[in-house]
Design a protein around this ligand. Structure first.
Ligand code: ZN
Ligand code: ZN
Length: 256
């Protein structure tokens, strides 16, 4: 018993002490999504997967992270803490405080139903082909098309028909082997392109304008309400549609 007195009583978990920062850095692009940056880091450093990188940084899973996880991820990835924080959705409010459950992301605070935060992904074949990246704005629930390329986003692999996940082998490759950057993109309708460009404008607007994004999101929900006014019974625009497939979202918005 006496011999154990040298053990430091405030020792941190072993992995927090031992984890070395990654050898190679990547610089996040403008509006690049967190999963996109992490996938590029995994690729550059020859790691096994995003899961392995997150474990290295003591993060429980891909999704909203707490401050300590963001700090550790920032250290391991060698990305500045404020840049890392701006890419990570952080939970704010919640039932316990009687406030609406929201995410702070970048300079926005938006209600939870407007943002995909877990491991289901949306990709634009042209963003992958041109820039080898995914945009953070693609994770807005109402973003059914790429605002930069005006083509439909994909949330399901056209070959194996499974959802596209953060856990796929790499950014452009599905588990079934399909190369997403070789998919022929589907041009979206003018109406859909206008909608996503407006949303993107709100998403990218400087923080000083405040409510810009919430107005854009409310406009998308109003589109759904207008479509349903004719006789639909359940579900207004404000229903949480994060789990709804993109094709059904396009239908709800009147784009197909
Ligand atoms: Zn694109
Ligand atoms: Zn597939």
């Amino acid at each position: 018993m006496e011999n154990q007195s040298w053990v430091p009583c405030s020792a941190k978990p072993a992995n927090a002490m031992l984890r070395l920062p990654l050898a190679l850095r990547v610089e996040p692009y403008f509006d690049e999504s967190l999963s996109s940056v992490l996938m590029r880091l995994v690729d550059a450093n020859g790691l096994r997967s995003i899961g392995a990188l997150l474990r290295d940084a003591s993060c429980v899973a891909f999704g909203p992270l707490v401050s300590a996880e963001i700090a550790e991820l920032s250290r391991v990835c060698r990305i500045g803490q404020s840049t890392m924080r701006s890419m990570c959705p952080i939970e704010v409010g919640g039932r316990a405080r009687g406030a609406a459950f929201s995410y702070a992301v970048g300079h926005h605070v938006i209600e939870a139903r407007h943002l995909l935060v877990r491991d289901r992904e949306r990709i634009c074949p042209l963003c992958l082909l041109d820039g080898g990246m995914m945009l953070a704005a693609h994770r807005l629930t109402w973003m059914t098309a790429c605002p930069v390329h005006a083509v439909q986003l994909l949330d399901v692999c056209p070959q194996c028909e499974k959802p596209i996940m953060v856990t796929r082998p790499n950014m452009v490759q599905c588990r079934c082997g399909l190369d997403f950057s070789r998919i022929s993109p589907i041009t979206c309708t003018l109406e859909e392109a206008d909608n996503v460009r407006y949303l993107y404008q709100c998403w990218c607007s400087p923080e000083t304008t405040g409510s810009g994004l919430s107005e854009g999101l409310a406009a998308a929900e109003k589109l759904v309400d207008c479509r349903r006014a004719a006789g639909a019974k359940n579900g207004s625009g404000t229903v949480d549609r994060r789990a709804v497939p993109l094709n059904q979202m396009r239908y709800a918005l009147g784009f197909i």
